[in-house]
Design a protein. Structure first.
Length: 468
């Protein structure tokens, strides 16, 4: 075709387009159902399939599996079986520490992910690394205080709840749920610190002399209480349920702000005017503690109703603060603070789990969890990294500290919560049937099959088309 014919064809095409535009009906209230116009969402909104959630779960898993080697090395070379630790030997270094509190959460998430999906690779990951650590423990323990490997020193000689709480819980769960053997020495070492060495106030509440004397950190609610409660499951001794529930009450009494429906991050014992900053991830630790307690406490425990009511109050407060894109803000009640991934993942897991357990209403909170998942999923890279996570954070009594905390995909805090959220969303999608109706996402107990985008509910689930 020569250039002249091409030019003629282009002119004809433009003419046809102009004629079509002139003949088309204008978009207005008379000609178009404007309520069905497609919104320009910045984060995915609407229906969700379990296979897509599983794909994200597997992408993250592949990344962390490659980034967390479980092997002993010297001069960069793996050391095989041995009875004595050679000079210069150390745990291989990946992107994440396999004995950190963040990884204690990751192990717990993978234990549940395996149970929910039936995929054994998740629990095998946990078992392999716990088997490795239990084999390393007796080799490194005689060198306590002299260990040059920071990961093993943290395991052997914990100095804070961060060093032992979530790992202790994860190992007890592995023993009970996966049947992993030989972890008792590690569990007892961890729990000895929690029970005997961690500083407490006179009423038994976990506290720190940082940044002020007798400071309660909301973080420690999760770093310690679930380990105490699961000790009751692990040993069968009910006293641990009572201790955990009592301490939970102490945290709530000091840290909960009923007028806002959320917690403060820090509390200084004896201070008349308390600093009140509502850090998102700390509120996540509090919500996760509540959910874990409800999983662990016996059904007839005297404090169970208190914990359940606190869950409902906290979820209500958080749902009111969710952003339009599904995330929660770094400082929950300050919309000009950045949107943060790890807290959003924790809330998504906890709300989905609470719906699945029947503790809160799925019709009300299923869409909140799903919007949260879409937000978190938008931060998972094709390589499986979780972006937008606030790095490790201490405590301050001014807003700038929280506003300017860096975010990084290298922050380990985002991985366990995102894996846990993914697994629980798969479970949620198996129990409930989310569907858009008149453009809005709704959760239905019965599958809705009406093909129309706007429908009335019917008893058979087929729906009745709404016609204008």
């Amino acid at each position: 075709m020569n250039k002249k014919l091409i030019a003629v064809a282009c002119v004809a095409q433009l003419a046809c387009a102009n004629i079509a535009a002139q003949n088309a009906e204008p978009v207005n209230d008379m000609t178009t159902p404007l309520h069905l116009l497609k919104p320009n969402y910045r984060v995915t909104y609407g229906e969700l399939e379990a296979k897509d959630v599983k794909a994200t779960l597997d992408r993250i898993f592949a990344y962390i599996d490659a980034q967390t080697p479980a092997r002993l090395v010297k001069d960069g070379k793996e050391i095989g079986k041995l009875k004595k630790l050679p000079e210069g030997a150390a745990l291989d270094r990946g992107a994440f520490r396999i004995g950190s509190y963040e990884w204690g959460i990751t192990y717990q998430a993978l234990i549940d992910a395996s149970a929910i999906t039936g995929d054994a690779k998740y629990k095998n990951y946990v078992t392999r690394r716990f088997d490795f650590l239990k084999n390393m423990y007796p080799l490194f323990k005689p060198l306590s205080g002299m260990v040059k490997d920071a990961q093993m020193e943290q395991i052997i000689n914990p100095r804070a709840l961060d060093d032992c709480g979530t790992m202790c819980t994860a190992m007890m769960k592995a023993g009970k749920k996966l049947g992993t053997k030989g972890l008792d020495s590690l569990v007892e070492n961890y729990f000895r610190f929690i029970e005997k060495k961690q500083y407490r106030l006179s009423d038994g509440t976990f506290a720190r002399h940082r940044p002020q004397r007798n400071t309660i950190w909301l973080d420690d609610m999760y770093m310690g209480i679930p380990a105490v409660a699961y000790r009751g499951v692990y040993t069968g001794d009910a006293k641990y349920f009572d201790e955990a529930a009592t301490m939970y009450r102490h945290f709530v009494e000091r840290m909960w702000l009923p007028e806002k429906g959320i917690y403060r991050h820090g509390y200084v014992e004896g201070l008349n005017q308390q600093p009140t900053y509502h850090w998102a991830r700390a509120n996540g630790w509090a919500l996760l503690t509540t959910v874990e307690l409800l999983d662990m406490l016996p059904k007839n425990h005297k404090d169970r109703d208190f914990v359940l009511n606190q869950l409902r109050l906290h979820v209500k407060g958080l749902a009111a603060l969710q952003s339009m894109d599904g995330f929660w803000h770094q400082l929950l009640d300050r919309n000009d603070s950045y949107l943060e991934t790890s807290a959003t993942a924790i809330y998504t897991y906890c709300i989905a789990h609470a719906v699945n357990e029947g503790w809160i209403d799925g019709i009300t909170y299923g869409p909140v969890a799903q919007l949260g998942w879409h937000a978190v999923n938008s931060k998972v890279t094709p390589e499986g990294l979780v972006a937008g996570t606030c790095v490790g954070t201490g405590m301050a009594f001014d807003p700038a500290f929280y506003y300017y905390r860096p975010v990084s995909a290298a922050a380990a805090h985002g991985y366990g919560p995102t894996l846990w959220a993914a697994a629980e969303m798969i479970r949620l999608l198996d129990k409930w049937h989310p569907r858009t109706n008149d453009s809005g996402l709704h959760y239905y107990e019965q599958k809705q099959t009406c093909p129309n985008p706007l429908f009335y509910l019917t008893e058979d689930g087929k729906g009745e088309e709404v016609v204008f």
